[in-house]
Design a protein around this ligand. Structure first.
Ligand code: XMP
Length: 333
């Protein structure tokens, strides 16, 4: 609309003024904030922006291709896709402690990003290299890290982010979403032409499926989990709750599938099976600090479990997580 159109014009002018003829790199994750930041900065400075998309092999089904289609394909932005899945899965082999897994994934992410930034700088051809690092920091992130809130005495989970990266890289920061709340970021994304489904997606943690595969992460587990999770999300999107007219995807704040490294006995035809178990997780929350498990209709749960067990060979049992936060957390690790 008109207000958003004005906002975009102002934001674009500000970015152009701040960046001048210098170059910017941005870590694209496929999440809402980095996507909207990329679209806005690209609108302002075009090819002076290079996006680096690190695929750690722990993304959802087809996510990497979707990010590339959107940014390289439709927006014609410069995007470097780094397939680092072998590196991440290699370093994660044999590691089952959740905090260690988080540290490894976060650390590798920074390493890969730094290496790409250095490569870009060395690539020459009149290329001076980036002097700005763009981040999709939004207002609630600023408040959280600004000491305005008292720091929690205990860290429950070490969150994956790229804090400290600009200093390490010797880059100036460009954070065009710093003054916006999440709902404003989403409206901006739609106004910039990003698809509604991408902009209104549930949050996805930085460590990705790494914290949704309990214990040791293996490619085999990630591949099974991706397929099971895609079925769950597809059914949530296509099942409409009649009173509100909304889909169960929109009625939940976050929903996903968790891989349990446990085998259970089942029966198929006249044979016995001994295969993996997954759990569905769906919550409703306004702030993600507390959350209620979602009372999904039994008919939906039934359809999802039937499809997963029939379509994903290797999984023979589906459970539903009926734990609220606290005392459980939303993610299982
Ligand atoms: P928990 O599991 O602590 O999660 O109840 C609360 C919210 O935070 C998300 N989450 C993360 N987001 N990096 C992120 O960007 C992380 O390392 C991370 N760990 C959890 C989680 O998905 C939920 O929305």
């Amino acid at each position: 609309d008109w207000i958003m159109g004005n906002y975009i014009e102002e934001a674009v002018a500000k970015i152009r003024e701040q960046v001048g003829d210098e170059e910017v790199i941005l870590g694209l994750s496929g999440g809402v904030d980095s996507s909207v930041a990329a679209a806005l900065i690209h609108r302002a400075i075009g090819d002076q922006l290079t996006c680096v998309f690190v695929d750690h092999g722990l993304l959802r089904l087809n996510e990497g291709d979707m990010v590339m289609d959107m940014f390289a394909g439709r927006l014609h932005a410069k995007v470097i896709r780094v397939d680092a899945s072998d590196l991440f899965l290699g370093q994660l082999a044999g590691v089952s402690d959740p905090e260690k897994k988080r540290k490894i994934i976060g650390g590798l992410f920074v390493d890969v990003f730094k290496a790409e930034a250095a490569k870009l700088k060395a690539s020459g051809e009149g290329h001076k290299g980036a002097t700005f690092l763009a981040q999709g920091t939004i207002y609630p992130d600023v408040v959280e890290s600004g000491g305005t809130k008292t720091k929690k005495a205990t860290t429950i989970k070490s969150h994956h982010n790229v804090g400290g990266l600009p200093e390490q890289l010797g880059l100036k920061l460009l954070e065009p979403l710093r003054e916006l709340f999440k709902d404003e970021v989403r409206e901006l994304g739609v106004a910039l032409g990003l698809p509604h489904d991408m902009v209104y997606r549930h949050p996805f943690p930085g460590p990705g499926l790494g914290v949704r595969i309990l214990g040791e992460v293996k490619k085999e587990y990630a591949d099974l989990l991706r397929r099971a999770d895609a079925i769950f999300i597809e059914e949530l999107r296509s099942t409409i709750e009649p009173l509100s007219g909304k889909s169960w995807y929109d009625l939940t704040s976050q929903a996903f599938t968790v891989f349990l490294p446990v085998k259970s006995v089942g029966v198929m035809g006249d044979g016995r099976t001994y295969e993996w178990v997954v759990s569905l997780r769906a919550v409703q929350t306004s702030d993600f600090m507390t959350a209620d498990w979602a009372e999904l209709p039994y008919s939906l749960l039934k359809k999802v479990s039937g499809r997963i067990i029939n379509e994903v060979r290797g999984i023979n049992r589906v459970a539903y997580d009926v734990s609220s936060k606290p005392p459980a957390t939303i993610e299982w690790e």
